[in-house]
Write a protein that binds this ligand. Structure first.
Ligand code: PGA
Length: 243
């Protein structure tokens, strides 16, 4: 069976001191032979301290966003090249908070994907529908539009990851039903293959994943792991989801 991938999205939480404490605790409770792949998407301001904390472990880390160019007059933006220089391996792209709060478009997210891959970093694309879109029967179309824009821009021979996160399930405690997750993941898998993407591209689920619901979600064949927000902020709860 393919290794599952577990990603933590800390959003705008924890400073360097708090994240150092977290990683000390997390590493101390990790089993010796860790089979799972784990990536922490930490705030950009914690990336250097995270690099130090994770030195010598197999745990990867990354940024929650980057700009579509590596340098220039772009006040306040994050350079993927610097993210790489710090030692990160991945960048989260198109998270629903980026799309909805910061009005990022599919094309903008797609341009970032291309840049991230050109630096040999792993892009993790987030896609997903709002509650209104689901109620109007638009889930498949919304996922397809977000996915196609990205797939047209990246190199499909290089590694990339998709995280399906229904917007209405993020941070709300409302997890999608097993049937909804299974149906949508199967649709996404078909779209990826139809467009010439590798059948190995992991499709993660995200949205109110907790230790209490993670096992049944992970048993769905197309679920390749999780992107976890709230429940990744505490070492024990995130580790329970990963193991
Ligand atoms: P949540 O967040 O697990 O708190 O719902 C998931 C995410 O935003 O990636």
């Amino acid at each position: 069976m393919k290794q599952k991938l577990f990603a933590a999205n800390w959003k705008l939480n924890k400073g360097p001191k708090e994240s150092n404490i977290f990683f000390k605790d997390f590493i101390s409770i990790l089993p010796n032979e860790l089979q799972q792949q784990i990536i922490f998407f930490v705030p950009a301001t914690n990336m250097e301290s995270t690099a130090k904390s994770l030195e010598g472990t197999k745990i990867r880390f990354g940024a929650q966003n980057c700009y579509s160019q590596v340098s220039g007059a772009f006040t306040g933006e994050i350079s993927a090249q610097v993210v790489k220089e710090i030692g990160a391996q991945s960048i989260l792209l198109g998270h629903s908070e980026r799309r909805h709060i910061f009005k990022e478009t599919d094309d903008f997210v797609a341009a970032k994907g291309k840049l991230v891959q050109s630096l040999n970093l792993l892009p993790m694309l987030c896609i997903g529908e709002t509650l209104e879109e689901r109620e109007r029967g638009k889930t498949e179309k919304v996922c397809e539009t977000q996915l196609m824009a990205f797939m047209k821009s990246i190199d499909l021979r290089k590694e990339w990851v998709v995280a399906y996160e229904p917007v209405w399930a993020i941070g709300t405690g409302k997890v999608a039903s097993l049937l909804q997750v299974s149906e949508t993941h199967t649709q996404i898998r078909k779209m990826i293959e139809r467009e010439g993407g590798s059948p190995q591209v992991p499709i993660l689920y995200g949205g109110s994943v907790k230790p209490e619901n993670s096992k049944e979600l992970l048993a769905i064949p197309e679920v390749g792991g999780f992107l976890v927000g709230g429940a990744s902020l505490e070492p024990q709860s995130f580790l329970k989801i990963c193991l």
